[in-house]
Design a protein around this ligand. Structure first.
Ligand code: B12
Ligand code: SF4
Length: 498
């Protein structure tokens, strides 16, 4: 069977071509193992028009990934496909997994979308593939319409699936099981991607060609439920691959694919410290610790002791992020971060003592924030003094507790899903005294106060990276003083051909 996996075009005011889409790389890998012929169409890097690709490849089944700001592009991609071929179209990803807001049905209701996979995708995707494949063998007349005949109800037993039969009825099957044994998954199928078209996983590191920068996922899930985090949509159960299994893939990336940099994309890699000690030992023993690697999404500061960080540094860890979020003692309790500021201070000290570069993630405009608490966040960032401070404008994603809080006591300032990005320097909601003007003022202030410090500027200019990425750095510095256009404004301008 021929299977196409699509990452729809997404116009952001940043470069999103950083790295191949890991969800599609995993889905592609399980499909190939099933015996399917797979093609990935990542619209961010393709020159070929989608319709031409479809006519050339003639897929039997299409999977489209989607996050919140991307969902409208996913629908229009589905529409473009259905115009040409009557084949089943399946959407998956974080946005469509939010059952509390019926966002699975929001997509299934679109005339061109047949099915939505909620949560972890590999299991349901394989079941759908098996059913489509079997149908295909039995039926000379292949059509999605035929498969979605309510009398046949072909997909009724696929857990984690929401779908529409061709009488217009919407169905939501029970949730899928999380994958307990991650070691059983194949490695992401990078050979399906045009690797040389990607920029770089970590645009802040030395100008490494995108084709030599890889991601790896050593665990899935997060046992925490911070009120602002979209990860709460995904399974709460944290699961890890065995160190042996991770090392095998790591060696493949370094030895076979020539990785010059590896980004660990786990949400919470250090839940079990012993596992990381074992992984570090294995990286050293296998002599693959010369390739620098990064904890891209951060590790829990409460589990980052000096011993562990020193070992990880020996194992090649170059940089780690920590989710700090706020500098206010009460706010950090309110957001259910389950951490205190002294623990965060200690984690940054440990990382610096171990010689590891640091990134701090901070949020401006949490519900309950005031001018004073946001200033405390900026001051705390300056006190911690990470190499990179990333201030995000609080963006209430559906499915999070903050989204509920805004629904109950605030006012959304978004016009549609496309506005759910946080690069635009625009507030996405207001609540009580927390006005859009105040958030936007403090957001700009955060970047200005942190980055325009003489100490910071001198340090940045002494780094090779800074000069290698001078154009990008200059653009980012410019953005801290000049606001960006709204996403919707941008879209309208593009549609109007301006
Ligand atoms: C890497 C990453 C990025 C990279 C993407 C690079 C790339 N080409 O992939 C960059 C830095 C560009 C990025 C940008 C943004 N990101 Co991001 N990103 C991530 C991150 C850290 C990892 C994604 C990943 O690879 N996960 C591993 C894979 C295996 O898991 P997965 O993606 O969830 O996929 C599984 C299921 O969702 C499902 N599935 C997914 N797609 C499909 C498709 C089909 C057909 C099926 C059946 C199943 C399925 O099956 C997969 C395998 O089990 C996640 C956090 C996370 N832990 O997932 C955030 C995350 C996806 N990002 C998020 C956000 C908000 C953004 C931005 C909007 C942020 C912004 N600044 O405004 C932008 C949007 C950019 C865009 N192009 O759309 C949110 C999404 C929330 C939401 N409701 O949509 C997440 C969940 C972070 C969070 N905790 O809040 N991101
Ligand atoms: S912010 Fe980090 S710790 Fe909190 S829920 Fe999200 S992934 Fe887990």
């Amino acid at each position: 069977m021929r299977v196409a996996l699509i990452n729809p075009k997404f116009r952001l005011p940043i470069d999103t071509r950083t790295s191949p889409h890991l969800a599609l790389a995993y889905l592609g890998a399980v499909s190939e193992r099933r015996g399917d012929t797979v093609r990935v169409f990542d619209a961010d890097v393709e020159d070929q028009p989608l319709v031409e690709f479809l006519h050339e490849f003639k897929p039997h089944l299409v999977g489209i990934t989607t996050n919140t700001p991307q969902v409208k592009q996913s629908w229009s991609t589905a529409a473009a496909i259905k115009q040409e071929f009557d084949i089943p179209i399946v959407l998956g990803g974080p946005h469509v997994s939010v059952v509390s807001e019926e966002l699975d049905f929001e997509s299934v209701r679109q005339p061109q979308v047949d099915m939505v996979v909620r949560g972890e995708g590999e299991g349901p995707w394989l079941e759908i593939s098996d059913l489509v494949d079997r149908y295909l063998r039995d039926q000379p007349e292949f059509s999605a319409k035929g498969m979605l005949n309510p009398e046949l109800d072909l997909f009724r037993e696929v857990n984690g699936l929401s779908y529409k039969t061709n009488d217009g009825q919407l169905h939501r099957n029970p949730d899928g099981q999380v994958i307990a044994d991650l070691d059983g998954l194949p490695w992401p199928a990078y050979h399906l991607f045009k690797m040389d078209r990607y920029t770089n996983l970590q645009p802040a590191t030395d100008a490494i060609p995108g084709s030599r920068s890889f991601s790896i996922l050593t665990s899935r899930g997060c046992p925490y439920r911070c009120t602002f985090c979209s990860q709460s949509i995904m399974p709460i159960k944290w699961r890890a691959r065995s160190p042996e299994n991770v090392i095998e893939e790591w060696r493949h990336l370094v030895k076979d694919l020539g990785a010059l940099e590896i980004g660990v994309l786990d949400d919470s890699a250090n839940i079990r410290k012993n596992r990381l000690h074992q992984l570090a030992d294995a990286l050293i023993d296998n002599q693959i610790n010369h390739v620098p690697w990064i904890f891209v999404n951060g590790i829990r500061a409460n589990l980052a002791d000096l011993d562990l960080l020193v070992k990880l540094k020996q194992a090649g860890l170059r940089r780690t992020a920590f989710g700090v979020e706020t500098g206010d003692e009460q706010m950090i309790v309110k957001i259910d971060k389950h951490i205190d500021h002294d623990t965060i201070r200690q984690a940054f000290k440990n990382a610096k003592a171990a010689g590891i570069e640091t990134i701090g993630f901070f949020i401006i405009g949490l519900p309950g924030d005031t001018r004073e608490t946001m200033q405390k966040t900026i001051d705390f960032a300056i006190e911690l003094d990470p190499m990179i401070a990333n201030f995000s404008m609080m963006t209430p994603y559906p499915g999070t507790i903050v989204y509920e809080q805004v629904k109950q006591s605030g006012r959304f300032l978004v016009q549609d899903w496309e506005d759910y990005v946080f690069f635009d320097q625009k507030a996405r909601y207001e609540m009580g005294d927390l006005t859009a003007e105040l958030m936007e003022e403090m957001y700009r202030k955060a970047y200005r106060q942190f980055y325009w410090r003489p100490k910071y500027v001198m340090r940045a200019m002494s780094r090779k990276d800074f000069w290698l990425k001078f154009g990008r750095n200059a653009r980012m510095a410019w953005r801290t003083v000049v606001p960006q256009k709204e996403k919707t404004e941008l879209r309208r301008a593009i549609e109007a051909g301006v």
